[in-house]
Write a protein that binds this ligand. Structure first.
Ligand code: NAD
Length: 484
């Protein structure tokens, strides 16, 4: 029986490369049935605020699997990227991107005889991709970076399981916990906790800037790396560069109920409509999807035909030997079809399961909510962010008057650097300050008192935002200002 999947052709080069890939699938006799769904730029333009029709949403949620071409987000209309929204709304929490040297695709490393075979697992839901941003004054924009324990645990556990399935012996966690102690710190702490459950996988952590340097100098050091969303996005494009560019980078967005398979690249508007795009990244994504569905034999047959074709020196315009004519998208696909059944000469792809079939098509009746319990919380103060053109000492005089028996002003910072009670005259300022009030020893404070302080300050300033200062099991849940 054929498995039904949802297919969205996408925008720009999307329909061209999708048609080529599905033609290869049909020639290889994959047992899939396609339900085409309406998603992408034209649906934004037609007034669908999410970029897809209600029928498309219903089909994807029913089938649990979407094979997707790249999609364009209309600029300047205030709409969110459909690509990011789809990953977030359906909780495809792990973005797996496989990078492998391919014979026929010359890179600095292939020329030096250094093979690359590594996987990036990028967290796909949280981080700055929440897109929660505010302009607090006309000069100051802030964005929220959300990192959670359940969200980190989901993707990290996926990365360890994937490492085991692939037969990897090690997994690294990329992070910036030396600077972002609470957000990256939580991700790293979760990694170290979960690593204890996988003693067979050697776990390590590495600061993301060092990771980038090592990836371009000694990529063979790594097998798999798990990262937060934005850092994972950047590092995975770096890895695409190591193996020959975006035309060779597939990606799987894995969730417990719905998974999305797509190329890493976008709609390539500069070459759209010319029939010259490289379908390899989408084809490799389709091969990942076939493995996810357990169709490992046909996945291996298509991958072998692709590798054989690349070895023959057949290439689209974006790669390969410039002295030989490039094939257009259809001719490239025809060559792969003609090569079905062939095996590459340098290393054969073995029909090995990459994924366990883990799709769960139960339709939940309510949203899943995960909470860590048994944590002792204590409220110890507040950071009030205000707009002001005053100097720090003038500001402190006004703010100190708002101190109460329970509360005192302890610090003022500007762009995260302390400017009162001590600071440097050379610290340059913008018109948004943070005033930190802390409770005095031996007192307890309530939310109401905290909000009262903010209300009092609003008599003298525009209050831009308020953040409570909390302790969790006695550990402070906020950072100190630079210089504090
Ligand atoms: P892009 O990936 O579309 O293009 C970057 C460069 O790579 C271009 O020169 C392009 O011609 C080339 N390129 C990309 N894919 C190629 C292929 N298969 N064959 C040959 N050359 C290829 O990135 P961009 O220009 O920054 O983005 C264009 C649009 O795509 C934007 O609207 C963006 O939002 C969207 N986008 C969508 C996705 C997605 O659907 N997942 C991902 C990235 C960007």
């Amino acid at each position: 029986m054929k498995t039904k999947i949802a297919v969205a052709k996408g925008d720009g080069i999307g329909p061209e490369i999708m048609a080529a890939v599905l033609r290869i699938f049909d020639a290889a006799n994959v047992q899939l049935e396609y339900e085409y769904v309406e998603m992408g730029k034209s649906y934004f333009d037609a007034g669908h605020s999410t970029g897809m029709t209600a029928a498309a949403k219903e089909t994807i949620e029913r089938l649990g699997l979407l094979f997707k071409g790249p999609m364009e987000t209309p600029k300047g209309k205030g709409v969110k990227s459909i690509n990011v929204t789809a990953r977030k709304v359906w909780n495809t929490y792990a973005n797996q991107r496989d990078f492998r040297s391919l014979n026929g695709v010359d890179t600095v490393f292939s020329k030096a005889g250094i093979p690359i075979n590594l996987t990036i697992v990028r967290e796909n839901i949280e981080d700055t991709y929440g897109g929660i941003e505010h302009l607090l004054t006309s000069d100051v924009a802030v964005g929220r970076r959300i990192i959670t324990r359940p969200g980190s645990a989901q993707v990290i556990r996926y990365a360890f399981e994937m490492a085991r399935r692939k037969g990897y012996t090690k997994l690294a966690c990329g992070h910036k916990a030396n600077i972002m102690k609470l957000t990256d710190g939580l991700f790293l702490e979760t990694f170290q906790e979960i690593a204890k459950e996988y003693p067979d996988i050697e776990s390590s952590d590495i600061i993301v800037d060092d990771l980038c340097m090592k990836l371009v100098s000694r990529p063979e050091m790594f097998q798999a790396i798990v990262l937060t969303n934005l850092q994972g996005d950047i590092v995975s494009d770096l890895c695409a560069g190591l193996v020959g560019g975006l035309g060779f980078a597939p990606s799987a967005n894995i969730g417990d109920n719905i998974s999305i398979f797509e190329a890493v690249h976008g709609t390539a508007p500069d070459i759209a409509g010319r029939g010259v795009a490289n379908p390899t990244a989408l084809l490799l994504s389709g091969i990942l999807m076939l493995r996810y569905l357990g169709a490992t034999t046909v996945a291996a047959s298509i991958e072998n035909a692709l590798l054989y074709t690349l070895e023959q020196g057949i290439h689209t315009g974006d790669f390969g030997d410039r002295s030989t004519p490039s094939a257009d998208t259809n001719t490239f696909a025809d060559a792969i079809i003609a090569n079905l059944g062939q095996l590459p000469q340098k290393g054969v792809v073995i029909a090995q399961p990459d994924f366990e079939v883990k799709a769960n098509h139960d339709h939940p009746l309510k949203n899943k909510l995960t909470v860590s319990t048994n944590v002792q919380e204590e409220m110890v103060g507040v950071d009030v962010f205000v707009e002001s053109n005053a100097q720090p000492t003038e500001l402190a005089e006004l703010a100190k008057r708002k101190s109460t028996d329970n509360f005192q002003l302890v610090m003022i910072s500007n762009r995260g650097t302390q400017v009162w009670p001590t600071g440097s005259i050379f610290t340059e300022l913008v018109n948004e300050y943070r005033m930190r009030f802390e409770k005095k020893d031996g007192t307890t404070i309530t939310q109401k008192e905290i909000l009262h302080i903010a209300a009092e300050l609003s008599e003298d300033f525009k209050v831009c935002s308020v953040e409570f200062l909390m302790k969790f099991d006695g550990k402070i849940g906020y950072t100190l200002a630079q210089g504090q």
